[in-house]
Write a protein that binds this ligand. Structure first.
Ligand SMILES: NC(=O)c1ccc[n+]([C@@H]2O[C@H](COP(=O)([O-])OP(=O)(O)OC[C@H]3O[C@@H](n4cnc5c(N)ncnc54)[C@H](OP(=O)(O)O)[C@@H]3O)[C@@H](O)[C@H]2O)c1
Length: 333
């Protein structure tokens, strides 16, 4: 049998169809072995598209003898149970972001992975893009001087009413869906030790999920961090590092197409210049890293730390949040 990672897919999710399974097809060392879903016809079509075995349900996928790892793109509230069951069945797990809906559950899963010697990875692909290393190098080279302020904003327009993100019982809401990107970027660029100083959260009275929010954080050494996110906004996905001598802004940081060279803007001494970062395939890179960890070719040490730091801050933002004022307009239905 080949040494390629034999992946089972749990649920015929949009993200799997549009991005992750096409990325798996172009990732050396990964095979899509089986796909499980709740609707047999849909699962059949989905599996046929990726030349995989259709499976009648998620539990059956975990019994598939050839599947050694599962990719879980289920609604957020189902991540914990199915990642747990998959590891209990001896499978390695790549689970969509957020790993679970709260810090405590994520810590439990990470502990299970460690004790059962399974690889457990949150499918947070954005941080793997090469553009962020370019930003780090610019900062290290002194382009902005000392970091004073970090801001990030992630927003999308309203989604169809039936979207899982509007279902509280499925772990919907903008904080877990989009706020997570802003927090994860802050964890990377403002460093560990972040604390939440205040937050607002808008909850849609019809659905009961949070549809937008903002948070103010700070670091122990005096950097302030401003985060905003929501699904009531024009598209945006970026961050700015503002230092004592300059500013760097990245604007295409959620899911830049693999062929795109994202532009970084550097403002310094009254001049603005644009740097084209390398194109990168962050989805394929994540799958390749997962496969390499399963095969023992890449260390798993420390890779959970940003996931857990982010989860802890997401909990803290929710706990600190005060409601925003009600808006006059309603989401279109
Ligand atoms: N990494 C990224 O960049 C990224 C981007 C987008 C989304 N995501 C994450 O991926 C996950 C899925 O998002 P998505 O937009 O792809 O959602 P989606 O299209 O609604 O897919 C979710 C899948 O879960 C299954 N499912 C099981 N129980 C369900 C229930 N009660 N209601 C609805 N679906 C149920 C369904 O598959 P079957 O019916 O076939 O079983 C469904 O296709 C989320 O965790 C999201 O945060 C990540």
């Amino acid at each position: 049998m080949s040494d390629r990672l034999r992946l089972g897919v749990m649920g015929c999710a949009s993200i799997a169809w549009r991005r992750m399974l096409p990325a798996a097809e172009r990732t050396p060392g990964v095979d899509i072995t089986a796909v499980a879903g709740r609707d047999p016809d849909r699962t059949e079509r989905f599996a046929a598209r990726f030349s995989a075995d259709p499976m009648p349900d998620y539990a059956a996928l975990l019994e598939h003898p050839d599947v050694e790892a599962v990719y879980i793109p289920l609604p957020n509230a189902l991540h914990r149970e199915w990642a747990h069951r998959a590891m209990r069945n001896g499978k390695h797990v790549l689970v969509e972001k957020p790993l679970t809906c709260c810090y405590r559950h994520s810590v439990e899963l990470v502990a299970q992975a460690r004790s059962s010697r399974r690889v457990l990875m949150e499918n947070m692909t954005a941080p793997r893009h090469a553009q962020h290393k370019v930003v780090e190098r610019l900062v290290a080279d002194g382009e902005i001087g000392a970091l004073r302020s970090f801001s990030a904003a992630y927003g999308i327009p309203p989604l169809p009413a039936e979207d899982i993100r509007y279902r509280p019982e499925l772990g919907g809401g903008a904080l877990l869906d989009l706020g997570i990107y802003a927090v994860r970027a802050a964890v990377r660029f403002a460093g560990p030790g972040l604390s939440v100083e205040g937050a607002v959260l808008r909850t849609d009275p019809e659905t009961g999920v949070d549809t937008s929010g903002a948070a103010l954080l700070r670091t122990p050494d005096g950097v302030d961090v401003h985060l905003a996110y929501g699904f009531e906004h024009a598209y945006t996905s970026g961050y700015t590092l503002w230092g004592s001598a300059g500013r760097i802004t990245a604007t295409r940081t959620a899911a830049p197409p693999p062929e795109l060279r994202p532009e970084l803007t550097v403002e310094r001494k009254g001049e603005t210049r644009t740097i084209a970062a390398p194109a990168d395939d962050q989805d394929s890179a994540t799958l390749a890293a997962f496969a390499a960890q399963v095969r023992g070719q890449e260390s798993t040490a420390g890779h959970q730390a940003p996931t857990l730091r982010t989860a802890r801050l997401l909990d803290a933002i929710r706990a600190a949040a005060r409601p925003t004022a009600e808006r006059p307009e309603r989401r279109p239905r």
